[in-house]
Design a protein around this ligand. Structure first.
Ligand SMILES: CC(C)(COP(=O)(O)OP(=O)(O)OC[C@H]1O[C@@H](n2cnc3c(N)ncnc32)[C@H](O)[C@@H]1OP(=O)(O)O)[C@@H](O)C(=O)NCCC(=O)NCCS
Length: 173
């Protein structure tokens, strides 16, 4: 059984390894620059300081099979009820439900915290991520053709959004 829990500083090397693998091998992150443990640690500390979730999926053997988090979508306060999330799953255990479990928990956490919209921002060719988001009720609400490049090709950017509470009235200001 997979356990979803809040990440701990001791998980950061595993989180870093998952991210850096995606940097080297995929278009999930549009950079070829791998991160250092110091950079991942300061990312984690600022998420902690802001009260933002960093979740990990832990296997029965105690290893980290994936992580998920969300943070600010854009800085101005009008965007404060929207968060942008990411999910990374160890390639060795993909398509076994880990991503779904992590993203479901992130949706519950964001809903409980009063967020109104979650946004996933992915490569238009990332069938796994688009499939995962569709499976959890996200819709493609933006498509920016050829807006990035990596591995010698143009990349389309796709925005996948989910309104968490359709009935919520907008704040007065
Ligand atoms: C995208 C990602 C997080 C999906 O995680 P996962 O654990 O492999 O996905 P799950 O097994 O939970 O799949 C849930 C659903 O997503 C869809 N899905 C997952 N992988 C898919 C694929 N390769 N093609 C099409 N649909 C896919 C399916 O609907 C699946 O349900 P099903 O298996 O019952 O058909 C994972 O592939 C990953 O880490 N990729 C690299 C990093 C990345 O691209 N992250 C997203 C950027 S935010």
């Amino acid at each position: 059984m997979m356990k979803i829990r809040n990440a701990d500083p001791k998980d950061l090397p595993d989180i870093l390894a998952l991210y850096n693998h995606a940097v080297r091998e995929t278009t999930a992150a549009w950079t070829t620059q791998e991160e250092t443990l110091e950079e991942r640690t300061s990312w984690f500390e600022s998420r902690q300081l802001e009260g933002l979730p960093v979740l990990v999926a832990e296997t029965e053997a105690g290893s980290v099979a994936g992580f998920a988090s969300y943070g600010s979508f854009r800085a101005k306060e009008g965007y404060r009820l929207t968060a942008e999330h990411t999910v990374y799953v160890d390639p060795k255990v993909q398509r076994q439900g880990v991503g779904r479990t992590l993203l479901k928990q992130l949706i519950s956490t964001a809903t409980a915290k009063g967020y109104h919209v979650l946004v996933g921002v992915v490569d238009g060719d990332n069938a796994a991520s688009i499939g995962l988001h569709h499976a959890l009720g996200f819709e493609v609400t933006g498509h920016l053709p050829q807006i990035g490049t990596k591995f010698g090709r143009w990349l389309d950017l796709v925005f996948l959004t989910k309104v968490l509470d359709e009935k919520a009235p907008a704040p007065e200001r």
